[in-house]
Each structure stands twice: as structure tokens, then as C-alpha cells.
Design a protein around this ligand. Structure first.
Ligand SMILES: [Ca+2]
Ligand SMILES: [Ca+2]
Ligand SMILES: [Ca+2]
Ligand SMILES: [Ca+2]
Length: 577
């Protein structure tokens, strides 16, 4: 029997999809944006979203198993909780009105499970081609199978899909995993087509299925599926940027001689005609002859469209991206915020997998601070290990200003504790670190906690900076979440430089009253405990200061001195009386 502690995240799928989204800087809000789930869908001639549970025309049967567990309708997913999502995502699905689940883990039945849901007869006699679409989410524990079968007589079945394909123990599919399978060879021209979802397993995890559809590929249907150029850049983009889009022919016939257009920042549309033939099902990368002027720093928006004659599905005709020309300049009026939501521009963020184990930072829908998403690093036993950075996009900072960095952090649970460090760098590389914003601290909390740090730059050091969140492992599974990052102007930078060679902290070890010598007036002194909690914060007086830590517990503390030129960290040991 398995135990909950052995449950694992599948992080690679999550991380890779997050990075793919990052590389295009694509946002998915607004009516003009279409999602990947819609790319392949034309209007279905059969659809079932299980809004009223399993319809009476469907069968819910046990195939003679020992356990005799059946599929069931749910709006909440698996009854047991896991560190990975235990419900079908609402994004791109109708999960909110319910779906079908085989919930093996919750059933906890010994002996083999083998159960199917089977559609009623579907008339495809007038169809020259038939595609089956559905959304699924499958978690593999050991040897479970999720098999999709198609039949045109209800007795002879053809195996067309295995949900468990390629999944190792404790891995899941994407959530949702949208499928589009050509079943023409079995279903086209047939009057009685049946679809079957069969679970086989024994006390495993689950399989969730929703949004079953059958559609016929149209004779004419084109659309734009990507804007691949331009992309956000920390240097200002030019006044003549090439605009390149991917155009897909979703139809059964060749596509040629059709209109395409793009709109930059709500300016008049640039309209051109594509003469290249795109064979059925193929994609063409098309670069507009007319370039785009993105030389103005800041946010821009591009909306691209196709205009195909007699287009059978207009839902895939447009796509939009947001991009940034030059760094995100933080000043008196404009902060930089990032909450890792789908409507926010995350272009330029990058995970750096220093330990090269292919487990690194990405986005997660599990327990965000606000909204539906946060940034997350997670790695489970037994191969837990972490040395990974999540770097922000480029921030344009001015040495004449003092900035504040606020963000929230937590673990999935205290059993997933992690070490966290936050650094300021001049590129997305820890070797370019210029200062420590949060000294390495142990995070072991299930509560979202605010971290607040001051950012000082040395004289003449205005430029582009990147903030890196660094996670390293503790002694068990590791999880570190961050959300709601806010970098904002916090006044002019008027602090004097630290004379590092003269600075002294004594006595050390100390019983709690600590003298600071050689310090210049107005230097900020902050003392952190081993958990990274600020226990004392004060501004130095001329010549010397006394830190009263007599009420603090015995242990090791970090004393951070910050001024305009630099920050300096010294270790202090409090021994008690
Ligand atoms: Ca549904
Ligand atoms: Ca279309
Ligand atoms: Ca969020
Ligand atoms: Ca790693």
C-alpha cells in the first residue's frame, strides 16, 4: 500500500509549459485571444460536457473486475488530496459543470479494477471524416491504464489512445490534456459509432475525462496560431521590427491567396495577401513585408488575424501578444509587479537549473497567494535536490533611487521546507550578483509570509538588473512558492558609503549587547535570525552604534549593513547570559 508521503509532483510538464509561454510572452486575456484548446476545434456535430452527470444514453459498467469500482460524476475531482492537482483544471474545459472520474485512490479497493463508460450510438453516416476530441487528466501511480476505444457496431473495438502512455510512477499528464484524434478510418460514413473510456488498475490514482466532441474537418479553415516575432527585449526594439506569424490550415483542402493582417498598439491595420500554398493540416511561417515601429520603450501589443474566404471557424482567426521594448523601468510612478497570472506579461523570466536535474522553477496553480497561479519550485523524495534560480525580467533601476522589493513566500507544507536566498544581479546568472536582498534563510511555513527588502545601488550603477530567487534543499522534499512581487520606488538614495575595512562588530560571540564600530552615519543595520526573520532594524549614528539583542534567543544571526555603495553581511553569535 502506498503512503501519502511518497506522492510526487510532476513538475516537468508544468515547468516546460510555463517556459514555453514565457518565450513568447503571450497573454491569454481579452476576447481576441484564443487558447490552444480551440486551435483544432471546429463546431462539433456531437458533444458531451457531462453538465448533468453521465447521460442516460451512456453506459457505466464494470468489466467483470474483482474490485467492482465504477466511474462517477464529480465537480471536485479525486476525494484524496495530493501535492499535484487532484481536480481537472477549469482552464479550457467545462470542469466547473462536472466531469467523469475513475477515482482509484479514493476507492482504496484491492483486487483488479476494470470499468468503462460507453457512449450511445452516434450517427456519423454523413461524415467524410471524423475527429474525436476530449480533455483528460491522468495520474500514474504504478501500472494503471486509461484506454480509449472506438467501435462502429458496439462489439468490435479499436484501441485509439492510451492516457498513461509515457508516464512513470507519480507522473501526471498536463492538466488539462486536450486530445484530437482522427478516427475517420473507423467512424466516417458509419451510422452507429460508439466511444469507450476504459480504466484498468488496482488502488492507483485517477483518470478524469470531460468535453467529448466529434467534428468533421472543414473544407476551408485557416487561422493564426502564434506570433513568433518580435519578442520582448531588454534593449530597445527598433523602428523596423519584422512581424512573423504562424498560419495553420485546419481544413481538408489546400489554402492559398488569403488576407492576413496585424494591428500594433491599436494603430491602423497592416493588411497583406499570402500567396504561398499551405497544404491541409500544415503550418506556414509568414513574415509581413511591412515592419513595426517598436522603438518607444515600454509595453506594446500586437494583434494578428487571418481572413480566409468561407472560413468555417472564426474562433481561431486571431491571436494577440503583449511585449516590452527595453527594460521595465521602475520609477516614482511605475512599480514592477508580477503575480504570475495568465493575464500578466511574464516574458523575460527565466529558470536556471544549476544542478542540471531538469527539475526547476515554473508556474503552479497549487495554493497561490492571490489569483490562480504562483511561481513554484518543487522536488519530492527520494531524489530531492535543489539548486535553482528564478530570475525576473530586466528591471531598469536608477542609482539615485532607493527601491523596495516586496514579495510573499511559503512552502506547500512545513514537510517541504527549503532554503531561500534573493539576490540582485546584472544578468540572469548568479555570478553577476551585486548584492544580497534576502540572506539565505530557512523557509518552513504553510502561511504566505511577506518579505520586504531595500534595494540600494552604488553611485553610477544605474542600469538593467535582474532579481534572482534561489532555492536549495533541506533534508526532505523541497517546495518553495513565491507570489505577488512588487518592486517600487522608496525615496532618493542619500546614504553614505560603508568603509568595510573599518567596520567592526564586537564582542562576537556576545551576550546580546553588541557594539558596531567604524560605521558611518545613516548606514542601515538589519539583523536577521536563522529563519530570515528581521529581529532588529536601525539606522547607525556617527562613529558607533549599539545593537540590543539581549532579548533574542541563543543562536547565529546575520547582521546586514546597507548603504549607497554596498551591502555587507556579518555573522553574529548570541550566547545568552
Ligand atoms: Ca464538464
Ligand atoms: Ca478559421
Ligand atoms: Ca498569483
Ligand atoms: Ca534543478
Amino acid at each position: 500500500m502506498k503512503k501519502f508521503i511518497t506522492y510526487s509532483f510532476v513538475f516537468l510538464l508544468c515547468a516546460s509549459s510555463a517556459m514555453a509561454a514565457n518565450s513568447f510572452g503571450k497573454k491569454k486575456n481579452g476576447t481576441a485571444r484564443h487558447t490552444h484548446q480551440n486551435d483544432l476545434l471546429t463546431v462539433p456535430f456531437y458533444s458531451e460536457d457531462f453538465a448533468s452527470g453521465l447521460p442516460g444514453s451512456w453506459q457505466n459498467i464494470d468489466n467483470g473486475s474483482t474490485a467492482n469500482v465504477l466511474w462517477r460524476y464529480t465537480t471536485t475531482g479525486a476525494m484524496n488530496g495530493f501535492p499535484f492537482a487532484n481536480a481537472l483544471s477549469n482552464v479550457g474545459t467545462t470542469a466547473s459543470n462536472g466531469y467523469m472520474i475513475f477515482d482509484s485512490d479514493s476507492a482504496a479497493a484491492s483486487g483488479g479494477e476494470d470499468a468503462s463508460i460507453i457512449s450511445g450510438a452516434i450517427d456519423c453516416s454523413a461524415k467524410t471524416n471524423v475527429h474525436l476530441t476530449f480533455n483528460e487528466y491522468f495520474a500514474q501511480f504504478n501500472v494503471s491504464q486509461g484506454i480509449v476505444w472506438v467501435s462502429n457496431d458496439g462489439s468490435t473495438w479499436t484501441d485509439i489512445h492510451h492516457a498513461e502512455a509515457g508516464l512513470a510512477t507519480d507522473q501526471t499528464t498536463a492538466n488539462p490534456f486536450a486530445q484530437d484524434i482522427d478516427i475517420s478510418s473507423i467512424a466516417a460514413g458509419q451510422a452507429t459509432v460508439y466511444i469507450q473510456f476504459e480504466w484498468i488498475g488496482e488502488f492507483e490514482y485517477f483518470w478524469m475525462v470531460d468535453d467529448i466532441g466529434l467534428y468533421e474537418v472543414a473544407a476551408s479553415d485557416g487561422g493564426v496560431i502564434n506570433i513568433t516575432a518580435p519578442v520582448s527585449s531588454c534593449s530597445l526594439l527598433s523602428n523596423a521590427e519584422a512581424v512573423t506569424i504562424d498560419i495553420k490550415n485546419f481544413a481538408t483542402a489546400d489554402l492559398d491567396s488569403f488576407a492576413v493582417s496585424y494591428v500594433l498598439d491599436n494603430q491602423p491595420a497592416v493588411v497583406e495577401t499570402v500567396y504561398t500554398t499551405i497544404p491541409a493540416g500544415d503550418t506556414l511561417s509568414y513574415t509581413f513585408t511591412t515592419t513595426a515601429d517598436l522603438s518607444a520603450g515600454g509595453a506594446h501589443n500586437i494583434l494578428a488575424s487571418t481572413g480566409v474566404a468561407s472560413d468555417a471557424d472564426n474562433s481561431n482567426d486571431q491571436i494577440a501578444i503583449d511585449l516590452y521594448s527595453g527594460p521595465h523601468v521602475v520609477d516614482q510612478v511605475t512599480p514592477y509587479t508580477q503575480g504570475f497570472e495568465a493575464v500578466e506579461d511574464q516574458s523575460g523570466w527565466a529558470a536556471v537549473d544549476v544542478d542540471a536535474d531538469n527539475v526547476t522553477w515554473g508556474l503552479s496553480g497549487i495554493l497561490p497567494h492571490t489569483g490562480t497561479s504562483c511561481a513554484d519550485y518543487v522536488h519530492e523524495l527520494p531524489t530531492n535536490g535543489a539548486n535553482d534560480y528564478y530570475f525576473s525580467t530586466c528591471l531598469g533601476l536608477d542609482a539615485a533611487n532607493v527601491y523596495q522589493l516586496d514579495f510573499y513566500y511559503r512552502n506547500f507544507s512545513p514537510a517541504y521546507q527549503a532554503n531561500m536566498e534573493v539576490i540582485l544581479c546584472t544578468s540572469q546568472d548568479a555570478s553577476t550578483m551585486v548584492s544580497t536582498l534576502v540572506p539565505t534563510m530557512l523557509v518552513n511555513t504553510a502561511n504566505w509570509t511577506l518579505s520586504s527588502s531595500t534595494i540600494y545601488l552604488p553611485d553610477g550603477a544605474s542600469g538593467n538588473y535582474f532579481i534572482g530567487w534561489h532555492v536549495t534543499q533541506q533534508d526532505s522534499s523541497t517546495d518553495l512558492k513565491i507570489d505577488d512581487i512588487n518592486v517600487y520606488y522608496n525615496g532618493p538614495n542619500a546614504l553614505p558609503a560603508i568603509n568595510t575595512s573599518a567596520l567592526a562588530l564586537y564582542p562576537n560571540p556576545s551576550n546580546g549587547l553588541v557594539h558596531v564600530g567604524g560605521i558611518r552615519e545613516l548606514t542601515e543595520i538589519t539583523v536577521y535570525d536563522m529563519l530570515g526573520k528581521t529581529v532588529l532594524s536601525q539606522t547607525a549614528t556617527a562613529g558607533a552604534s549599539v545593537l540590543d539583542l539581549s532579548k533574542q534567543a541563543q543562536g547565529v544571526y546575520s547582521v546586514v549593513f546597507r548603504s549607497e555603495a554596498t551591502s555587507l553581511t556579518k555573522q553574529l553569535i548570541i550566547t545568552g547570559k
